[in-house]
Design a protein around this ligand. Structure first.
Ligand code: PEP
Ligand code: MN
Length: 371
């Protein structure tokens, strides 16, 4: 059971203590208090843990200070919406607000290769007003003989360049818990020029120990990518490991499913799940059209398959787009064939804006037209 306190009730108030006192008076019930910072208000939620089935809702609903009492109906209790009753408040990180309402394009390189390529990329992003990027330093590759990423050695200049070109958030995959410390140390040494969102890749979607460690720290938000060969439900339960370990600043990323039924795309695009994840969870939803489609195929209409897939996710309400670009894809050490050219980025962003505007118009229309 989750008790949502009224927004004006402070964390250390006697009202909150009374609610907690009542909850803990039921046999075997323990409480956890969570403070969630929303765009305009902060919320306090009291989670009742233990045999809550026999705890009645009514006595809590009678408190003036309680906004609502919600029964937990999903196994993923922290990220779940439990029948739509709970708000999806989102989070703010390094001046970037990420929620089920906001929208950001994280354009960047799949893998950091050279300083020159990265600087050229960041310069282009700055010209286009983009402050969110992706940059892989630790790459989980199918073959041990493929480029594994530059690792910690590139972090000082990746962060320095990010700061220089106004990047606020870098989505960066980690594949081992030690990488969190490496990122933290490099950011400290560089004087915190930028922020990092820790990406858990699809190959680690059920690496529960890594998920727990990413959840035990709260310095960095987490971008959780769904598992490519497991059900959505399994992915949501895996994502819950991050939230239940303490970190609620999570975005959930759709990146396609591995099955030959999606051929000729690299993965079967699953962006029809954008509204599903928004309905089932409180998390902002990201789409990764680059790893879903995996190739720069051009439709007869002149639009890339990657652009079509992006538009499908964006018009369905995606909150983030993770897209691979590279100044020189033929020289990229990882996933060059799916990278957009930097020259293609302005047209891509204009196309994305059409889809986002269309999504907003769809919502506006709901308000004026009946049924
Ligand atoms: C990536 O984004 O670089 C990546 C490896 O993605 P995924 O985990 O979705 O394959
Ligand atoms: Mn990649």
């Amino acid at each position: 059971m989750i008790i949502v306190m009224r927004a004006d009730i402070p964390e250390n108030s006697p009202e909150l203590r009374r609610v907690v006192g009542l909850a803990e008076s039921f046999p075997g019930i323990q409480t956890q208090i969570h403070r969630i910072q929303g765009a305009t208000r902060s919320l306090t939620e009291v989670y009742l843990l233990g045999p809550t089935g026999v705890v009645p809702q009514a006595p809590f609903e009678e408190f003036e200070c309680v906004e609502q009492v919600v029964r937990i109906t999903q196994k993923f209790r922290f990220i779940g919406r439990h029948g739509g009753a709970l708000e999806a408040v989102g989070f703010e990180y390094n001046d970037v607000r990420i929620s089920q309402e906001t929208f950001h394009v994280f354009a960047g390189v799949c893998a950091v290769d050279t300083r020159e390529h990265l600087e050229t990329t960041f310069k282009a992003l700055q010209r286009l007003g983009i402050v969110t990027t992706r940059a892989g330093a630790y790459k989980p590759r199918t073959s041990p003989y493929d480029f594994q990423g530059l690792g910690a050695t590139c972090l000082p200049w990746v962060f320095e360049l990010a700061g220089r070109y106004g990047i606020r958030v870098v989505a960066m995959e980690i594949t081992h818990e030690s990488h969190i410390e490496e990122v933290r140390r490099a950011l400290d040494q560089a004087g915190q020029p930028t922020g990092v969102m820790l990406q858990i890749g699809t190959r680690n979607a059920q690496n529960f120990e890594l998920l727990k460690v990413a959840g035990q720290q709260t310095d960095f938000p987490v971008l959780f990518k769904r598992g490519m060969g497991i059900t959505l439900d399994d992915s949501l339960n895996a994502c819950e490991y991050v939230a239940s370990s303490g970190n609620r600043r999570i975005a959930f990323c759709l990146r396609g499913m591995k099955t030959n039924l999606g051929d000729p795309h690299r993965n079967f695009v699953d962006f029809a799940h954008v509204p599903v994840v928004k309905r089932l969870t409180r998390l902002p939803v990201c789409i990764d059209p680059s790893h879903s489609v995996g190739r720069r195929a051009l439709g007869p209409d002149g639009l890339l398959d990657i652009a079509h897939a992006t538009a499908q996710g964006v018009i369905a309400g995606a909150n983030m787009v993770l897209v691979d670009v590279h100044p020189c894809p033929e020289k990229a050490l990882c996933d060059g064939p799916q990278a957009l050219l930097l020259e293609e980025l302005p047209a891509f962003l204009a196309d994305v804006k059409i889809a986002r505007d269309a999504y907003e118009r769809r919502l506006a229309q709901l308000k004026v037209l009946p049924g």
